[in-house]
Each structure stands twice: as structure tokens, then as C-alpha cells.
Design a protein around this ligand. Structure first.
Ligand code: ASP
Length: 328
């Protein structure tokens, strides 16, 4: 979906809550309503800041915190589990006005990883901190920590058990047929739920941020695209701001977020053309499932994905907030 308007919006905000095999039969009406309500409340939080003249960086930080605090998404509370049954989270943020950026990878027991990424951007001389060093920095900065129990959900724990069962070789369904994975039987997908936000504020500044627990059953120490500037997150006032979700290994190799901005800046493509080219052509050729959200310097927005669904939403001063899940 792109918005082609003669009048440029003063501000724009786009969010995602992950892409994957999200089909109507996978969500109960109650769960779907709950997820839509959370997406709407995240949009309202960011919109409030942008409408009041706040910065794009402030808007996306507050918006992502709402999504991290919800158990429905794979970020903060509700993050997926590693093969060892731990939560190791990744997050990053970028300010398009000065190309400053901050990122953390493999952090545990940090309530809002996006807050920590922002602190790395603003309070350290580095761009990325990982693991214990990042957690130590969180304590030095007085950033809120939380116990393991805070992050735990039965749903994500069940996904880990399913993923482990899949590794045991062929499994039988209730009709006695052999399958190589639980996913094959359930159509399940263990990777959706990452969250992200991009915004353009009234001063024309862009910002992007992403936060995730990564992928279920990942190896201890695995880092995805979300904390990698240029892969999962990128923002530059000269072109656009992008946050990605999907199979991180492919998004890293395709340098997704930066490539979309570069296609606009160097090749003169529109936001719609650039984002579709990467998500629907390049990633599909490589086999990389997922999607992105983006906003450009004129406030145009894009939310392409190559999976059956992507939790997403957007709002500008020219349109009411809209939230969507499936292709249609
Ligand atoms: N991109 C994330 C990762 O690979 C996962 C996701 O977006 O669902 O860690």
C-alpha cells in the first residue's frame, strides 16, 4: 500500500508487528481484536507526539515501547526463546537528521531494548553494544531491567518445544502420516512478531527503529538483521526511513533497509518502487521471507511484504489510523 497524495502530510508514522504465515485461520477473533487494539494504541501514542510537534525519534521510541510491552509480539515481553530456553533480544534505532544510530544485540533482562538502543545512540561513543556489555551499560544508564518471568509466555515456550520436536526427524500427524516438521502440519511459522516503527516529523526529520527476540530456537549468540544498521533499520533525511521484519539472515545479506534508501537517493526510484524492488524481487529471488515499513522525506509511506501477512499500521495528519494484517 502506498499513499500518493498531492498534498504532503506534515507528519507520518508507520508500524509493523512482524511478517510471516499469518492467515485468518491462525488467529482467533479475540486474539485478532486484541492485536489490532495494541497496534492502534501504538499508533495513537506516536501520533500524539508527532501532532504535538515532537521529534520522529521520540515518536518511534514511544511507539515501539508500547509494542514491546505487549505479550503478542516477539519483542520485549513475549520475545521468543533461544535453543537454550533464554530470551536474547536485538534492537536498533537511527536518526535520519544526523545519521546517528544505536543498537544492542543479544541482551537479556532489559525491559525495553529500544530504550537501550536509543541510549547507546545518545549516551555512548559507540553504535552497537552486545550481550553483557550492553546490559552493563543499561545498568549504568539506569535503564529498567526485568526478571526472566516478565518475558515468558506459554505461546513462545510452546513454539520452542515445537521447533525442537521438528529437529528430532520425521514426526507423525494424527492420521499417522509422516512429516518432516511441525510447521508442515500446523502451517506454523516461528518467526513473526518483530516490531518496528518509522516516522517523519513536522520538521521533516526521519527516524527508524526495530526490536525483536529474533527467531525461535536460534543458537545462543545468533544475531539477526534487527540490530544491524543498513539491514533491519535505516534512516536518512535525504531519502527514507525503513524498518524490516523477516528471516534475518537474508535481510542482512540483502542489506535491505539501506538498499531501499540508496535506490531512492542514487537511482531516483520512488519509495514504492524501491521498497517493492527489494522486498518483492531481490528477497524473493534469494528466498528471504518478510516485509518492511517505510516513510520517505515527503511523508509517502510503504508497507510491502512477500509473506501471507504482516501486522502493520499507519497514520498521518491527512488520514485516520489504519491497521491491517493480511494481504487484502
Ligand atoms: N528479523 C528478525 C530476525 O531475524 C525476525 C523477524 O523479523 O521475525 O531476528
Amino acid at each position: 500500500m502506498t499513499q500518493a497524495n498531492d498534498t504532503k502530510p506534515d507528519y507520518a508514522l508507520v508500524i509493523h508487528g512482524g511478517a510471516g504465515t499469518i492467515t485468518r485461520d491462525k488467529l482467533t477473533p479475540e486474539l485478532e481484536a486484541d492485536i489490532r487494539a495494541t497496534l492502534n494504541s501504538a499508533l495513537a501514542t506516536g501520533q500524539n507526539i508527532l501532532a504535538g510537534g515532537g521529534t520522529a525519534v521520540d515518536a518511534i521510541t514511544a511507539t515501539i515501547q508500547v509494542l514491546e510491552n505487549s505479550p503478542h509480539f516477539n519483542a520485549g515481553k513475549g520475545a521468543v526463546f533461544t535453543a537454550e530456553g533464554k530470551n536474547e533480544m536485538d534492537s536498533s534505532i537511527m536518526d535520519g537528521s544526523d545519521l546517528n544510530a544505536g543498537a544492542v544485540s543479544g541482551v537479556s533482562n532489559v525491559k525495553n531494548p529500544i530504550t537501550l538502543a536509543r541510549s547507546v545512540m545518545e549516551k555512548s561513543v559507540h553504535v552497537m553494544l552486545q550481550g553483557h556489555g550492553a546490559e552493563q551499560f543499561a545498568d549504568e544508564q539506569g535503564i529498567e531491567r526485568a526478571e526472566d518471568a516478565y518475558f515468558y509466555t506459554d505461546y513462545r515456550w510452546g513454539q520452542l518445544q515445537d521447533a525442537k520436536a521438528k529437529q528430532q526427524g520425521p514426526i507423525l500427524d494424527h492420521d499417522g502420516k509422516k512429516h518432516s516438521s511441525v510447521e508442515e502440519i500446523t502451517g506454523g511459522d516461528y518467526k513473526f512478531g518483530t516490531v518496528g516503527a518509522v516516522a517523519r516529523d513536522k520538521n521533516g526529520n526521519l527516524a527508524a527503529g526495530t526490536s525483536t527476540g529474533g527467531m525461535t530456537n536460534k543458537s545462543h549468540g545468533r544475531v539477526g538483521d534487527a540490530p544491524i544498521i543498513g539491514a533491519g533499520t535505516y534512516a536518512n533525511n535525504a531519502s527514507c526511513a525503513v524498518s524490516a521484519t523477516g528471516h534475518g539472515e537474508y535481510f542482512i545479506r540483502a542489506t535491505v533497509a539501506r538498499n531501499i534508501c540508496a535506490l531512492m537517493e542514487y537511482a531516483g526510484l520512488s519509495l514504492d518502487e524501491a521498497s517493492k524492488r527489494i522486498v518483492k524481487d531481490e528477497l524473493v529471488k534469494m528466498g528471504g521471507d518478510g516485509g518492511i515499513i517505510a516513510v520517505d522525506k515527503d511523508g509517502n509511506t510503504a508497507m510491502p511484504f512477500n509473506t501471507p501477512g504482516m501486522f502493520r499500521g499507519r497514520v498521518t495528519n491527512l488520514m485516520d489510523a489504519e491497521v491491517a494484517i493480511y494481504e487484502d
